[in-house]
Design a protein around this ligand. Structure first.
Ligand code: IMP
Length: 186
């Protein structure tokens, strides 16, 4: 069965393929702006756009980001463009560290919202969270984005210090995809 995914991120597409064996994963451009104020809203904006082109097929879109308690949930839906457009990871991470200078409460969570439209046109939402702390400095070279600054609860290492399998087992995206699997694989 085909699954159209509103992303060209090779990392995400591979992860989706691993968790949904048997589906032919096809990357598709949503061509829309992420104008929502929540992760779920942005995911639905994207999945509705691709579903218009692929009626009668499974379609999926995700939106994710980091919410820091002491920064009132920032960067949130603006995680990719925290330090301005286009997305620049070193600048985003440097800005996050600067904004966290002198702050004791370093609690944060990653959220991933995955919106699905099934072949009957019915909408589904799967959400996953991963809670942790913002580190005082970057560590590790695996992963992407804020990974070197995020220490998941129960670990002394950052997401970027973990292997892909270790991260997937506890990550927001891994958890949301596990929910997706329950919806798609009956
Ligand atoms: P998007 O869901 O690809 O739009 O992700 C938005 C942004 O959130 C990314 O550019 C990263 O900055 C951040 N982000 C989302 N998931 C992760 C993750 O697993 N690790 C690190 N950063 C992430």
């Amino acid at each position: 069965m085909k699954l159209f995914v509103a992303s060209h991120n090779a990392h995400k597409l591979r992860e989706i393929g691993e968790i949904l064996p048997g589906f032919e994963i096809i990357a598709e451009d949503s061509g829309v702006e992420e104008t929502g104020t929540t992760f779920a809203e942005n995911a639905f904006i994207k999945v509705e756009a691709i579903s218009e082109k692929h009626k009668g097929e499974w379609c999926m879109a995700d939106d994710s980001g980091l919410e820091v308690s002491a920064l009132n949930g920032e960067p949130g839906v603006y995680s990719a463009r925290y330090a301005g457009e286009p997305c620049n990871t070193p600048r985003n991470n440097a800005l996050l560290l600067k904004n966290m200078e002198g702050i004791k409460d370093r609690s944060a969570q990653f959220t991933c919202a995955i919106a699905l439209i099934d072949p009957d046109g019915k909408k589904h939402l799967a959400v996953g969270h991963s809670k942790g702390q913002i580190a005082l400095s970057e560590s590790g070279s695996a992963g992407f984005g804020y990974d070197p600054l995020f220490i998941p609860d129960g670990y002394a290492l950052s997401f970027a210090d973990l292997s892909a399998d270790e991260k997937n087992a506890i990550s927001h995206r891994g958890r949301a995809l596990a929910e997706v699997r329950k919806i798609m694989v009956k």
